[in-house]
Design a protein around this ligand. Sequence first.
Ligand SMILES: NC(=O)c1ccc[n+]([C@@H]2O[C@H](COP(=O)([O-])OP(=O)(O)OC[C@H]3O[C@@H](n4cnc5c(N)ncnc54)[C@H](OP(=O)(O)O)[C@@H]3O)[C@@H](O)[C@H]2O)c1
Length: 285
Amino acid sequence: MNTLTATLTKYLLFPYRQPDKSALNRYLQNKTILITGASYGIGETVAEMLADYPVRLILVARTAEKLQQIQQRLASRSADCHVIPCDLASEEQCSWLLNQLQQFGNIDIFINNAGKSICRPLLNSLDRLHDFQRTMRLNYLAPVQLCLSLIPQLEKTQGQIINISALNVLLAPTPYWAAYQASKTAFDQWLRCAEPELKQAKITVSSIYFPLVKTRMIAPVYADKPVPALSVEQAAEIICRALYTRKPCIRPWWTMLAQVASVIFHRLWTACCGYYLTVKRKSDE
Ligand SMILES: NC(=O)c1ccc[n+]([C@@H]2O[C@H](COP(=O)([O-])OP(=O)(O)OC[C@H]3O[C@@H](n4cnc5c(N)ncnc54)[C@H](OP(=O)(O)O)[C@@H]3O)[C@@H](O)[C@H]2O)c1
């Protein structure tokens, strides 16, 4: 990313302060951190940044070889890094993961980051119920299953759940994204409902609403389009800062304006979406 683009995205798209390394170091001492989706993208970069601190990292994703490469790369750093290959979309494998986690004692921080996005017209999805099942399984049911089991541990450690959410969850719905947005919104709502109870149990909840981040996730849709997006390093720095600031809701400053506009101009937005789809269909023909 060139310096100008990095500066613009940092100050306009999602302004944030750099994480304070000494505050992070004080906060993280000897903590056990579970990161799902740590083999690529945002999760991998957060693991890389946290490896310089005296923590135990437990990295989970499906791609075993990639996790092992990361473990080898981080071996000489301060963190004690463990990897557990697991398909979180399977309820049985999630249960197996929870059993494996017992060897590490209590978890202090759970970063719910594993995710799958699908962008597909509804009319091309009529025989694809599985798209909706797998996004719900990974983006909603897996973190619920993990939370239900981890809550007693997090209560003991007065720990933290960090949810990597998407900005679209807070804004007007967009065509083609039904499977992804519905599943991300489901877990966002679940966590917001649970938050008061979790607070009473002294568990901190932080939801981070990211705009686009340049990872392989957005490549199929935006690879050839010059869209404003955070770099993975910027996203990881925002997550590192959320660890010790423990703020409940982290989102760009302009979200509130966009939310108000989503309500006021709801009909206009729907009409614009309809117009866009008509133009697109004609150009595709
Ligand atoms: N990129 C964006 O623009 C953007 C914007 C807002 C929010 N987010 C959120 O940020 C999070 C990370 O996304 P990313 O952009 O870093 O995407 P990414 O590069 O595709 O990484 C996704 C991670 O999730 C893991 N994963 C996928 N399916 C899994 C499964 N069934 N079981 C276990 N792990 C699985 C992947 O590893 P394996 O393939 O090895 O399993 C990978 O480590 C997601 O929750 C996403 O919704 C992304």
